[in-house]
Design a protein around this ligand. Sequence first.
Ligand code: NDP
Length: 511
Amino acid sequence: MAVRISNAPVTGARPGAVAVDNPATGAPITEVASTSPPQVKATVAAARKAQPRWQALGFRRRRALFRASQQWLLDNRARVLDSIVAENGKAREEAVIELVYCVNAFSFWSRRAAGYLAGKRIRSVSPFVLGRAMRTRRAPIGVVGVIGPWNNPLTNSFGDAIPALAAGNTVVLKPSEQTPLTALLMLEMARDCGYPDNVFQVVPGAGETGEALIDEVDFVMFTGSTRTGRRVAARAAERLIPSSLELGGKDALLVLADAPLERAVNVAVHGALFNGGQTCTSVERVYVEAPIYDRFVAAVGLRIDEIRSGAPRGLGSVDVGAMTFPPQLDTIDDHVRDAIDRGARVLAGGNRGAGPGRFYEPTVLVDVDHTMKCMREETFGPTLPIMKVRDAEEAIRLINDSEYGLQASIVTRDSRRGAKIAARLEAGAVTVNDTQSNYFALGLPMGGWKNSGLGVRHGAEGIRKYTRLQSISVNAHPMRRDLHMMPFSPKSYDAILRLVSFLYGRARRRP
Ligand code: NDP
């Protein structure tokens, strides 16, 4: 695979290469060769060749490699954190969270994979299969292509490779062209830990590389925007290969009148600003019941003053880092301007931050309504629009009035009522008195409804999707001829009907 990584600063990418810069400083970091479609084809062919031996290693020996990977991540944490912070521009603490996720994921999937993928014995009382031993088994699907976004260069790309590998697949990862360096570092991890050749590979490049990958692999795990997700699904459907799509969101927070104020403010501010708001599960709109609205807004105003935004250095240096993807700044600003034009009031922020890096001020908008883009379209930036609602019923209606359905949150002292409201929200995940922490419960499935995706990551289904299901039925003591076989005879079919009447007919019904 043609990958060049160098530390020499460059000013622009050569043809066939992508330039990687530091969003927080604007300084070029390096350039990385793009993988052409023929190179993608050769890479997947090598992965396909390596897969049977990886599968044959079995869960136990794969687990040993996963343990080595965990240790590698911990031993090399400074390099991993430097890489994430440099190419993404996030606060170092947020990079730590990515690292912790992957360390945990290696442990979780290596312990759970065998159980989640164990075959099941199936029983049936059908007269046609009496005496058969029937079971299901799951086989790896082959080569999994993972396509990831730029917002979490480790978690949302490499993190999805871990269960795919645990299930016995080989993986080819296409990171976002904005942030390929951490994925490439994971190649080094795989080499150092002794993974067999071509079990895990990385194909840096832009959309064309992603398309070429879809054309070769057996399964596509995609995380990214809804717009690209539709194209990915359509391309995968052309080949009749399965795909799992983790897409955009417009996640709502509902603050009920009985909410503990401090908790509600922290959930709102952290949920909206974590990762600079560049998280699929960011709090993107807040609905507050009228009786607590004024106090909530005042408390958010005080908290936002404490938030530090800027170029990240060591731990504790900033809360909100840079905007990774240059065009994202225009989207954020467009949503803020649209809100202001339609009558919203800016409580804090509201402007692009000072350069040379790419920043947007943490922004709080009040007096917003549902005609505004900031309440309807994914902003993916550090904005917190707050809307007053009459009551929970109005909020539920507005929350569900969205094309997205990824995640939602509710803050209330009455956690039972919170859980009841959760069940009425059209979102794949709902948290009560929390924000985003559910993502770290790897046993808890996570996936979007509506335009937020298809399929899930995490939980049993988060690894079963990487397998093919096979049913095996064994007739260990076959008769010369079954009752139902040819040549048909009235006698045997009469016997079958009598048996079915006995099993399912009126005589079996309880009075
Ligand atoms: P994009 O959809 O722009 O890109 C995602 C990945 O797809 C990138 O690697 C991109 O490459 C690649 N790509 C682009 N075009 C194609 C194509 N035609 N075929 C195959 N691959 C292609 O998303 P972003 O990177 O902008 O990420 C932000 C989005 O991701 C947000 O909408 C966010 O909500 C969502 N997201 C969802 C999550 C979830 O779990 N639901 C988690 C995190 C983010 P390149 O970047 O090189 O162009």
